[in-house]
Every structure is written in C-alpha cells, then in structure tokens.
Design a protein around this ligand. Structure first.
Ligand code: ATP
Ligand code: MG
Length: 405
C-alpha cells in the first residue's frame, strides 16, 4: 500500500515537472516568437522610415548626396541620379563621380574641416554634370556641403546639395549686359553734348550767335536721344515688372492706331517714297488692350521697315484680321531683310544687325523690338518673324481673341 502511494507520488511529481517543462518550453517559444515579431516589426519600421526619408529626399529638386570620410558616395537622391545621367554612384569615390574638380573643392574642404561650405560655379557644358545633354553653353551651380549631425559612434558623413542656378545666372548676366549696354549707349550722346558745352563756354563762340545756335541744335538732338533711350528703358522695365497695373486695358479701334502711327511717320514715308498697304477685312475692328503700347508696337515695326530700307521701291503692308481664336497683326516689307543668323537675336535688348546694314547711317538703339516683344507678351500674345531678304520680311503677332471684341 505504502509502495503504491509513493509510486503515485513519484508519478505525480514526474507528471507535474513534465507539465512545468512543457509550459516553460511553450513560454520560451512564445517569447522567441514575440521577439522575432518585434524584430520584424522594427525592421519593417526601419525600412518604412528609410523609404519615407528617401521619398522626401527624392522630392527635392536639388541633387543631394551623402559622402563618407573615405570620399565614398553613400546616398544619392533622384535629382542626383538624373544629374549624373543615372550613372552608378553608390560606393564610388566622389573624385570619380563628380566630373569637374571645381565641383569637388567645397565638398573636400567640408569633409576635411567639418565646416559648412557654399560656393557658386560656372562650368562649361562639357564638364558640367549633365555633360553633352546640356546645350546652354555654360551652367551655373550652387554647391552647399556640410557635415551631417551624427552620433559619435558612427563614422562622420557629409551631405552635399548641388543646385542648378543657370537661369538665375543668365538673368544676372542679362541685367549686367543691360546696364553695360545702356551706359555705353548713353555715354556717346552725353560726350557729344559735353564737347559742345565746353566749346560754348568759350566766350568767342557765344558771341557768334549763328555758331552758338548750331551747337545748341546739335546738343538738343543728342539730348533727345538720351531721353529716348531712358524712356525706352523705363518702358521695358515697366513691362518686365509683370505688374497688371503696367497696362491700361480698354477697347480701341485698331485702325485709328495705325492712322496715328502713319501720321507720325509721314515725313519718313514721303522721303522714302514708300507705298503703304493696309489689309483689314473689318476696318472697325476693336481691340481690348493698352493703346499706348500698341502704338509703340506698330510705330517701331513700321519705322524699322522704313528706316532699314532707304533705297529702292519699298512697300510696307500692315494687316490686322481675326483668324480663328486670334487676332493676327502683321507688318511686312520687301526690303533688305534680316540675315537668318540674326533672326533669333533681334528681340534682344540693344541688338542691331551690323553685317549688311550700314548701321552708322541708320539711327537706332536696338531697344525697339525688345519693347515690341514685351508689349505683345504683356497682352498674352506671341510675335514671330520670317525674312527672305529682298522678297519679304514679316513680323507676325497673334493675340487671343478673348482680349478683343
Ligand atoms: P530702336 O528701335 O531702339 O530705335 P533699332 O530700330 O535699331 O533701334 P530694333 O527695332 O530693336 O532696333 O531692331 C533691331 C534690329 O533689327 C535693327 O537694328 C535692324 O538691324 C533689324 N531689323 C528690324 N526690323 C527690320 C526690317 N523690317 N528690315 C530689316 N532689318 C530689320
Ligand atoms: Mg526700331
């Protein structure tokens, strides 16, 4: 009996320790599974975070690279991949990756010293990162390199942002050219005025009233030129300001605008014995726009046709007609024309065709067409030009019909 009891106790002991062992093993397995699940969750979160970070960095329009202390590229965003034509950059040295050593300078300095370095570079298209695909001649780049905030345990990393600032650079250049050209254009008449003033200040000349009168007339002519250049530059800057208030839009009869311009140019037309033809299906066509600028547009186009062609039988045709959704205005002449190489440039400020026109004799500053283009664009229109020298040179303007009634 006693034996049976102790056997039963022993059996119970074995069973309970077996149960305990099983429980423990299950618990361990569950813990292991939970830890594994936590690891997986953590890894997934990390992956998601990395994806989010990459997505954010890919959304940057600037090229962004991370470089380690050994000059190896560790990260590139989408803009950087585009910039370097999808070349494989990861793990490659920056010396190999960034083609131009000038692009490297700031970055290398930042890696070496840990300083924040910013620089602006103008590179030729061959050495610019975009290489052959680029056809703007030169590219300007803003390079910004700085160390990344990094826990001390990790190796130092440096980030670099490369921004294409070519457009800003070109605008700067245009502005500088404008100032340089304007000063150049103003200097000549001012020097002439000064020269005559000095002469006038000599007593002898003042006594000769006929001579003094002649000098004053010349001075007035050059002073008029100075004011015209300044006037033109102010018109350009007003139109370029893009302010809606720059235009005073109201309905007007386009034909009356043509008549005003022809009246102002009457002596030139007579001197040149030019024939003027007006082609308007509806002479009462009303345009919604700034009459002041349309007068400037027509004046310059017709004046150009007349003054560029002092010799020979000149016919100038002026047209204004509704074509579909647009009002098309054109001024055509059968004069010397514009060489095809110059056609792309004639709307630039101060640009004058020099080669085959005798520009010494033909007066002008080269601002007229620049004003014409800006005035047309301010009315949401487009202007184009075609030229077959001696046959037809035609300036064509199209403005949306909505602007007219
Ligand atoms: P501004 O108009 O400022 O007095 P400009 O007439 O020389 O000076 P634009 O009106 O801008 O300047 O014209 C630029 C150049 O384009 C002219 O100098 C001329 O060489 C050329 N050009 C323009 N229109 C004609 C045309 N109808 N025929 C031949 N050449 C032209
Ligand atoms: Mg002109």
């Amino acid at each position: 009996m006693i034996l049976e009891i102790s056997a039963a106790i022993a059996l119970a002991g074995i069973t309970s320790s077996g149960v305990l062992w099983f429980r423990q093993r299950n618990m361990q397995r569950r813990y292991a599974q939970e830890i594994q699940a936590l690891h997986a969750l953590h890894a997934e979160k990390l992956r998601q975070n990395n994806l989010d970070r990459n997505r954010l960095l890919d959304a940057l329009s600037d090229a962004f690279l991370i470089v380690d202390a050994d000059h190896r590229v560790r990260f590139v965003n989408a803009a950087a991949r585009d910039l370097f034509n999808q070349r494989e950059l990861i793990d490659r040295s920056i010396e190999e990756s960034l083609l131009d050593p000038r692009l490297l300078q700031g970055l290398l300095h930042s890696i070496k010293t840990g300083e924040h370095v910013q620089s602006r570079l103008v590179l030729s298209q061959q050495t610019s990162p975009r290489g052959d695909l680029e056809n703007r001649g030169t590219n300007a780049w803003h390079v910004d390199a700085a160390p990344l905030p990094n826990p001390e345990s990790l190796r130092p990393l440096t980030r670099v942002l490369i921004r294409d600032v070519t457009t800003e650079h070109q605008l700067d250049q245009v502005r500088k050219d404008f100032v340089a050209n304007a000063s150049h254009e103003l200097r000549t008449p001012l020097a002439i005025i000064n020269g005559y003033l000095e002469n006038l200040l000599e007593d002898e000349i003042l006594k000769d009233t006929a001579m003094a009168h002649r000098f004053l007339t010349i001075m007035r002519k050059h002073a008029d030129r100075v004011s015209r250049i300044i006037e033109d530059m102010l018109v350009i800057s007003r139109l370029e300001s893009g302010e809606a208030s720059a235009l005073n839009i109201e309905p007007f009869r386009f034909r009356s605008c043509i008549d005003d311009v022809l009246e102002r140019l009457e002596s030139l037309i007579t001197n040149q014995s030019a024939t003027i033809k007006i082609n308007m299906a509806n002479p009462d066509l009303i345009l919604e726009g700034d009459r002041f600028y349309w007068t400037q547009v027509l004046f310059n186009l017709i004046e150009n046709a007349l003054k560029q062609n002092p010799l020979g039988k000149l016919t100038v045709e002026i047209g204004c007609n509704v074509v579909g959704n647009h009002v098309c205005i054109d001024v055509a002449d059968n004069g010397v024309g514009i060489p095809s190489a110059d056609l792309a440039h004639i709307f630039r400020r101060f640009y004058r065709v020099e080669k085959h026109h005798s520009q010494q004799e033909i007066k002008g500053t080269g601002l007229g067409l620049s004003i014409v283009k800006r005035a047309v664009e301010a009315h949401h229109g487009k202007i184009s030009v075609t030229s077959k020298p001696g046959i037809e040179t035609k300036f064509s303007i199209a403005i949306p019909h909505a602007l007219t009634s």
